[in-house]
Design a protein around this ligand. Structure first.
Ligand code: FMN
Length: 437
């Protein structure tokens, strides 16, 4: 019988939990323990990986000031994902840990060295979410007045991938000989200078870390524009996406697979994960009521608008909440997210868009119901789409232990009993787990 399994991943960030709500954890997760517990829950539920989102600025687009972001703790404070990935990786044995790092922020040598180090620390379970950043506010923290245009950022990122690739390869796999008898640690003839002199980067190399278990981290990417999709299809091991319903998911995955072939890659080496935010209840009515309560609250609507304003650098406070948007909006930032959010032509008011969305991190499909109902729907969707997996999150990435339990002890067992997801890990390396099915 054909293997109908798909992969599960979890999407979060190192920000306050669902701190305002009755089942929150208090809003002060900075010692990492809450998120380490979360990683252990994900491992218990056999998720392939946990992915940590990141941004490098304090948003101040919504309402023209940073006050509302700070008041709501929306996208700020946000702590560094790399040390958290280490902490989560060292508290687990099988789960992949993925940190977001921007090609606009890290010199390639630093990124390659950091990734190689974390991959060794986690015994081959590190992934890098490759982003090119989306905000002028971010650029101002890195010596630029504004972010280069999307096309230019991707051109830089193409060269960046080339450079880090060369750095990861700069030590041959057997360069470390550890010959105690003859006193040889590493064989110099197997470690090579890189001497990269390109349009954007100059790196001599070699890397000063040993080859890590995966040699290079698993690459995740979320390109949505045609240029972004090409970039992802060329480089990524896994792509995360917010699509429009099952049809949109199918279309996106076929498009990525066609692009991968164009670049001479085996499409099966790229797993596409669709972002979803299941809303669960003991009955369908309860799940619906909980969903309505969350998404129609004033706090939620403001959280969403702060978040979509931050990543598009369009001030959504300028538009009337109870009217449709006056024009189709464009951004040099996260275009796919904006397009999905604005549902241009739907006639919905901004409040309805905010309720539907969640800072753009909306569900690719609606999943509201009992764990069994949601599991059925996920199975049917994947059968239609053709694979590969789901990236589970919450609309504005706020989490509570209650939600984690609902997913790990409610939804996942339902998926497992239908033979739809993994019940054990077979491999040590994250890349091998991703390619298992
Ligand atoms: C699920 C998901 C997660 C993302 N995570 C981040 C992130 O952590 N940091 C970031 O700067 N951008 C993030 N992005 C934005 C993407 O990297 C990308 O810029 C965006 O999807 C727009 O695609 P484009 O660059 O092709 O226009 C994410 C996008 C999606 C769909």
């Amino acid at each position: 019988m054909a293997d109908k399994r798909f992969h599960l991943a979890w999407f979060m960030n190192f920000t306050p939990d669902e701190w305002r709500e009755p089942f929150g954890q208090g809003g002060y997760p900075w010692d990492g323990q809450f998120y380490i517990d979360m990683a252990q829950s994900m491992e218990r539920a056999c998720f392939d990986l946990i992915m940590i989102e990141d941004k490098l600025m304090v948003p101040e687009t919504y309402g023209g000031s940073r006050d509302l972001s700070l008041k709501h703790a929306m996208m700020v404070p946000k702590a560094d994902p790399a040390p958290l990935a280490v902490a989560m990786g060292m508290a687990t044995k099988h789960l992949g840990v993925v940190a977001t790092m921007s090609t606009m922020a890290y010199p390639p040598f630093m990124l390659a060295r950091l990734s190689s180090t974390i991959d060794s620390l986690t015994k081959g379970r590190f992934g890098w979410n490759v982003v090119t950043s989306a905000e002028d506010l971010m650029a101002k923290n890195f010596g630029m007045d504004r972010l280069p245009a999307r096309e230019d950022r991707y051109a830089m990122a193409d060269e960046y991938m080339d450079v880090v690739g060369k750095l990861f390869e700069s030590w041959e796999p057997d360069a470390v000989v550890l010959d105690r008898k003859n006193g040889v640690y590493a064989d110099g003839s197997k470690i090579h200078t890189v001497d990269h002199k390109g349009k954007y980067y100059q790196v001599r190399g070699p890397l000063n870390t040993v080859p890590s278990p995966q040699r290079r981290p698993v690459y995740l990417q979320a390109g949505a524009s045609p240029r972004g999709r090409d970039f992802a299809a060329q480089h990524a091991d896994a792509i995360v996406s917010v699509a429009n319903g099952v049809e949109g998911m199918k279309e996106f995955r076929s498009d990525i697979r066609a692009r991968a072939e164009k670049f001479g890659r085996n499409p099966d080496d790229i797993k596409v994960f669709f972002c979803i935010c299941p809303s669960l209840g003991e009955t369908e009515e309860e799940a619906q009521a909980r969903y309505r309560n969350v998404t129609m609250s004033d706090n939620f609507v403001t959280d969403v608008l702060i978040s979509i304003s931050a990543i598009t650098e369009i001030d959504f406070a300028q538009f009337e909440l109870d009217k449709p948007l006056p024009e189709k909006l464009v951004t040099n930032g996260e275009s796919g997210t904006l397009d999905k959010f604005q549902q241009w032509g739907s006639g919905k008011t901004l409040r309805q868009l905010a309720a539907d969305g969640g800072g753009g991190l909306v569900s690719s499909m609606e999943l509201i119901g009992t764990p069994a109902q949601v599991a059925e729907k996920m199975g049917a969707a994947m059968a239609e789409v053709g694979g590969d997996g789901f990236l589970i999150t919450t609309p504005v990435l706020r989490v509570s232990r209650r939600y984690i339990t609902e997913i790990c002890d409610g939804l996942v067992p339902e998926l497992q009993s239908r033979g739809l997801v993994r019940t054990e890990y077979k491999h040590q390396l994250l890349r091998d787990n991703l390619r298992e099915f």
